[in-house]
Design a protein around this ligand. Structure first.
Ligand code: PEP
Ligand code: MN
Length: 362
């Protein structure tokens, strides 16, 4: 005799109750295994969880899923299980993120092509030059002054990511040629902003240090491509990026194979209008604590004005940063970009007098 719909529903509900108990038993079993792995991690002196392993587990589940739940639903459920497991093992608080500091003395040191200039070795380096390459004469006059004060890294910006498409966009490759010539004349390294991964082969000929601007900080494809090259990368903090997002951006480069990353704090967007951005000096101190990568402070784009360059440079030096980025132009009022914030050459000398010798940290 066939069962009524009510009877059938009761049968199915009984099955669901049994399955719930089975899932509970499996979850408990899983939890006990996680605890054992945690104990092994402690023996091995490792107290992290591994996001790559999590991603692999999710992919395996996705491939095995036959429905009726969608892959998204399955992944969301399992992510919750992973989270619960992590929360259970108190020692597993820290992700295995390559750019995170693992010990107080861990420090990435970047050596420039001259073989002697180092960023992150406990000294204080300057990265300087005009906002953009405008002419040979402009670069030459600036570099001469910078070289005189020991600056080793010259800005040779040929592609300018401007807010308005009607503003000066940079000289392009001819600008890089000028920058290279001038840097060679004064024994300096060239850093220049890359906008797109397609520019890598062309820029390799001119540039010693690739530069990722604030607007591209989260361009993960560009970051991954720069992770495949063997030149240092300067990475600027995004206009409104948290420190966590900033470090994840650096992680894209490092996890793709290039450990030579320098972080630049360049101010973040806040409600304040009297400075172009708000220099997050607390963020600099946190980055130094959380990461082993060198950190440089950009006192030009964070302020948007030159009249507070000296106090900001002092603060940068005192913060434990590994260096300073400042824009210098032979005639700032007529500069084609960032005219309000670039220092004149006499102002640059005043700044150097105020902060002391380049290589000494505070
Ligand atoms: C720059 O430093 O050249 C620049 C464009 O700054 P940001 O990317 O920080 O705006
Ligand atoms: Mn600028």
């Amino acid at each position: 005799m066939s069962s009524t719909p009510q009877q059938r529903r009761e049968e199915l509900r009984t099955q669901i109750d049994q399955i719930n108990l089975q899932i509970l038993e499996l979850l408990s079993q899983r939890g006990r295994i996680v605890q054992e792995i945690d104990r092994l991690h402690q023996q091995l002196n490792q107290d992290y969880y591994d996001p790559q392993r999590e991603a692999q587990m999710l992919t395996t589940l996705e491939m095995a899923n036959r429905g009726p739940f969608s892959n998204e639903t399955i992944k969301a459920l399992f992510r919750e299980i992973f989270r619960a497991s992590l929360a259970m093992t108190e020692s597993a608080g820290r992700a295995k993120i390559l750019v995170h500091r693992k010990s107080p003395d861990e420090q990435t040191i970047i050596t420039l092509p001259d073989g002697v200039t180092r960023i992150g070795d406990g000294g204080f380096q300057l990265i300087s030059g005009p906002c953009a390459v405008e002419s040979y004469e402009q670069m030459d006059e600036t570099a001469a002054a910078l070289a005189q004060r020991g600056v080793k890294v010259l800005r040779g910006m040929a592609f300018k990511p401007r807010t308005s498409p009607y503003e000066f966009q940079g000289l392009g490759e001819p600008g890089l040629k000028i920058a290279r010539q001038v840097a060679d004349k004064y024994g300096m390294s060239i850093t220049s902003e890359i906008m797109d991964q397609s520019q890598i082969p062309m820029m390799m000929d001119y540039v010693d240090v690739f530069w990722v601007g604030a607007r591209n900080m989260q361009n993960s494809f560009l970051l991954k491509a720069l992770g495949k090259i063997n030149k240092p990368i300067i990475l600027k903090r995004g206009l409104a990026a948290t420190l966590e997002e900033f470090l994840y951006a650096a992680e894209y480069i490092v996890s793709s194979g290039n450990p030579q990353v320098i972080l630049i704090e360049r101010g973040i967007r806040t409600f304040e209008k009297w400075t172009r951005n708000t220099l997050d000096i607390g963020g600099v101190a946190v980055l130094k604590l959380e990461s082993h990568l060198p950190v440089v402070v950009d006192i030009s784009h964070s302020a948007g004005r030159r009249d507070i360059a000296v106090p900001l440079a002092r603060v940068a030096k005192a913060s434990g940063a590994d260096g300073l980025m400042v824009e210098v132009h032979p005639n700032p009022p007529v500069a084609l970009s960032d005219a309000k914030q670039q220092l004149s050459i006499p102002q640059f000398h005043e700044l150097m007098d105020a902060i002391g010798s380049v290589m000494e940290k505070a």
